[in-house]
Design a protein around this ligand. Structure first.
Ligand SMILES: *[C@@H]1O[C@H](CO)[C@@H](O)[C@H](O)[C@H]1NC(C)=O
Ligand SMILES: *[C@@H]1O[C@H](CO)[C@@H](O)[C@H](O)[C@H]1NC(C)=O
Ligand SMILES: *[C@@H]1O[C@H](CO)[C@@H](O)[C@H](O)[C@H]1NC(C)=O
Ligand SMILES: *[C@@H]1O[C@H](CO)[C@@H](O)[C@H](O)[C@H]1NC(C)=O
Length: 375
């Protein structure tokens, strides 16, 4: 028996035999004695680790590890103790599709040191989602590893089929996602939907400039979210913020190539749509088209308010570097561009700002290009 397995079995037996908490306390003191610890270990040091290989995962370049990942998740999710799931370093685990679903008894952390990769084939996934976390709270995903959607095959057929999104967090709260590389998503890379209290940091998101609809981070119906210290180079929006999102704080982001940071969905179906309190502070755009963009259909009911773009530098690959295109029926309120300096990527070219239907209380300070208002 492997040491981890025997530890799991022993712990399980102890839990079975013990029905009182005093017994559990004895177990811990015994544990400390055998390790000759002087001081009690901090809580994190005691966190139990589940290695996906102990649940059947094989980094053999051909196995589908979906079931193994799911088994490790179910074990962690049903545990009363907070557990860490480990995806080991230096290995590549192919996964066809997996749903990590809560609610769980306690917080889970997932340390992805190695690579989780999609098969380079097109196939159907439920709701067109490749990896989904749903109904989770107090969760962290980190580890320095990679999540690779093998999207090339999907991009070629982008007009013919509805594509799968790579990594979705749905109905989550108190989530941190950090220190990971996200590559070549089939479609969008990371989606936060119906989440609250999220911090995403130190992410590197990469897909070729020509890859269609490969948004870096897509935020929908999500509040209190921070996107920090990340680099995003894709074929579509660097960050897109749509329907029902508020309190979005984006700092120290490098974007481009891609379409920049955009707010507001197109609102084409005329549904209610609301985005408020978006702060973008300290961003560098490199060859993005429309670095700062608000996009709504003229007749839609998309309300965008309290948006600050501050300390933005960089280049634009298109003539319209700033495009604040608000709805005629519901103009944008309180949009501030402060210290935003964008120039043309091509030497000698000029860039411009296009602004439509900004409400009069909008302030704009010290930015180039600047808008002439066409209200
Ligand atoms: C959202 O997730 C929580 C667990 O974190 C769960 O209790 C709740 O029912 C979920 N809400 C919906 C609408 O599914
Ligand atoms: C949020 O989750 C982390 C674990 O990722 C936990 O340590 C922390 O206590 C949680 N915060 C709240 C307010 O529950
Ligand atoms: C926006 O969110 C609301 C619920 O908050 C939903 O009813 C509506 O369909 C959404 N609109 C779009 C365009 O997704
Ligand atoms: C603004 O949006 C309308 C569609 O509502 C579109 O026709 C127009 O071209 C857009 N303007 C810019 C500068 O993108």
């Amino acid at each position: 028996m492997r040491p981890t397995t025997s530890y799991v079995v022993t712990t399980f037996l102890i839990i079975l035999i013990c029905s009182s908490s005093s017994c559990l306390a004895k177990k811990h003191s015994h544990h400390h004695k055998t390790k000759h610890d002087k001081k009690p270990a901090p809580p994190t040091a005691r966190k139990q680790v589940l290695d996906v290989e102990d649940y059947g995962a094989k980094a053999d370049g051909k196995s589908d590890n979906s079931q193994a990942f799911k088994k490790a998740w179910d074990k962690a999710c049903n545990s009363l103790e907070s557990i860490k799931i480990l995806v080991p370093k230096g290995k590549v685990y192919y996964v066809k599709h997996v749903d990590f679903t809560g609610p769980c008894y306690s917080g889970i952390s997932m340390e992805i040191q190695g690579t989780i990769k999609s098969f380079a084939k097109m196939y159907d996934t439920p709701k067109r989602l490749w990896i989904k976390f749903e109904d989770v709270r107090n969760m962290e995903v980190f580890g320095g590893g990679t999540i690779d959607g093998s999207g090339e095959v999907w991009w070629k057929n982008s007009c013919k089929i509805k594509k799968t999104k790579a990594l979705t967090f749905r109905n989550c709260s108190n989530l941190t996602l950090s220190n990971l590389r996200l590559l070549n998503a089939q479609q969008m890379h990371v989606i936060f939907q119906d989440c609250n209290d999220v911090e995403a940091s130190k992410l590197v998101v990469e897909a070729p400039e020509h890859s269609p609809n490969t948004d870096g981070i897509h935020i929908t119906r999500t509040s209190n979210i921070k996107i920090l210290d990340s680099q995003i180079r894709t074929g579509d929006d660097c960050v897109s913020i749509v329907n029902g999102s508020r309190n979005v704080d984006i700092r120290n982001i490098a974007c481009g190539p891609g379409h920049g940071i955009s707010i507001g969905s197109l609102g084409e179906d005329n549904t209610e749509n609301y985005v408020s309190n978006v702060f973008v502070k300290g961003a560098t755009f490199t060859g993005t088209t429309n670095g700062a963009r608000i996009k709504t259909w003229q007749k839609s009911a998309v309300q965008v308010e309290n948006v600050v773009y501050r300390n933005i530098r960089g280049t634009s690959a298109s003539k319209v570097a700033i495009n604040l295109n608000c709805s005629e029926s519901v103009p944008c309120k309180n949009v501030v561009l402060q210290n935003v300096m964008l120039t043309a990527q091509q030497k000698g070219e000029k860039v411009e700002a296009s602004c439509n239907h900004l409400a009069t209380q909008t302030t704009k300070l010290n930015s180039l290009p600047s808008c002439s208002l066409n209200n």
